[in-house]
Design a protein around this ligand. Structure first.
Ligand code: NAD
Ligand code: 89Y
Length: 336
């Protein structure tokens, strides 16, 4: 495989691919020659490129992992699809729904597999909560609160986040809405209020959404990068899922508390740090490995990955519905 975009977050992709035995990093590519060369040296890739077109022309690849920012995704996917190379693309898939749809259609027409790097639902604490739900211990869920509230400075590592007119919903809310979808299923209607608290950034940094799901469940999805509180909980996603027989709570400090048929159990579901992960990012870093492992496993089984392009269009639609609702002040009905 080859990786395109050797920046801030791609380091986690590279470490994860390096620890999956079925995968060989053949080439790396970044417009910035120093970053491509550093990735080549650190992860033992055979070749480094600064031009993706040149790389596709020269290499024989099974798949490519695109870890650039969203503005470049469509052009890179088109290059891969034209050569029959399977594709993983970081979130957000593209800046508009139309471009996301073009990416999905392009891959489908070319017959290449497409997975979106939507990793939050693969965090081990969230997987643990989803497992309890799947075991039926609380019955059918009728309410979910998925909450991410922090004051962590994400702008020093990812400066582009400070200058985008749209910030928290498309950058972070997309993950939390996806986690909610993975628990409660598809949405029927959505209402959202956004706030812009930090004057040093261009976009909204708080977003609170209320969702009604197909089948009648209701969710609150709240995200904030303007929450000043100690201990700083970044990057924990907290959950409260209520069902007919009990409640699943993913609490601060990675405690998973399950009330089931009148009995309460609590366990620590914090992932161990790996040789290349560091707190507080370890839970996100490990989810990259979990997601990439899922890509290999689903490919081997001939199954679609959970976060296929088609699946991710539904999460992306929730983000767009949230912006539309916040701008219009009205409830948005999701199309089929
Ligand atoms: P970054 O700017 O640090 O890295 C992007 C790299 O891509 C840069 O080095 C840039 O030179 C390179 N690049 C851009 N266009 C290119 C092209 N056409 N060909 C080759 N190289 C090119 O950005 P980042 O913070 O690493 O973010 C990358 C993506 O990862 C974003 O979409 C972001 O939303 C996402 N991200 C995801 C998570 C997650 O948990 N899933 C976390 C952080 C960032
Ligand atoms: O870019 C974001 C993401 O995907 O996860 C956390 C993040 O790095 C900052 O919000």
């Amino acid at each position: 495989m080859a990786l395109i975009g050797c920046g801030f977050f791609a380091q986690n992709h590279l470490h994860s691919w390096a620890s999956i035995p079925e995968v060989e990093i053949v080439a790396v590519c970044d417009r910035d020659a120093a970053k491509a060369e550093a990735a080549k040296q650190s992860f033992g890739a055979a070749r480094a490129y600064t031009d993706a077109a040149e790389m596709f022309a020269a290499e024989k690849l099974d798949f490519v992992d695109i870890a650039t920012t969203m503005q470049t995704h469509l052009a890179l996917v088109e290059m891969a699809a034209a050569r029959g190379v399977h594709v993983i693309v970081q979130k957000p898939l593209a800046p508009s729904f139309a471009d996301c749809q073009t990416i999905v259609d392009t891959c489908a027409k070319a017959g290449v597999r497409l997975m979106v790097h939507e990793n939050f639902r693969f965090q081990s604490p969230i997987l643990a909560a989803r497992r309890v739900l799947a075991e039926g211990r609380i019955g059918r869920p009728h309410y979910c609160q998925a909450s991410f509230r922090s004051g962590y400075d994400v702008f020093s590592g990812q400066p582009y986040l400070a200058t985008e007119k749209r910030f928290i919903l498309i950058d972070l809310g997309i993950h939390i809405l996806d986690v909610c979808r993975s628990i409660m299923g598809e949405a029927e209607t959505l209402y959202c209020q956004t706030q812009h608290i930090n004057p040093k950034i261009a976009g909204e940094d708080v977003a609170t959404s209320l969702i009604r799901h197909v089948g009648g469940g209701v969710s609150v999805v709240d995200c904030s990068y303007a929450s000043r509180r100690l201990p700083e909980p970044f990057p924990q996603t907290l959950l409260r899922i209520e069902g007919e027989h009990g409640t699943i709570e993913l609490l601060e400090g990675y405690r998973l508390r399950v009330t089931s048929h009148g009995e309460v159990t609590e366990e620590n579901v914090e992932p161990e740090t790996l040789s290349w992960t560091q707190k507080p990012w370890h839970v996100l870093q490990e989810s990259v490995l979990n997601l990439q492992r899922h890509w290999v496993d689903s490919w081997r089984k001939g199954a679609a990955p959970e976060t296929s392009g088609t699946d991710n269009l539904r999460t992306y639609a929730l983000v767009m519905a949230a912006y539309q609702s916040a701008e219009s002040g009205s409830i948005v009905t999701l199309a089929s």
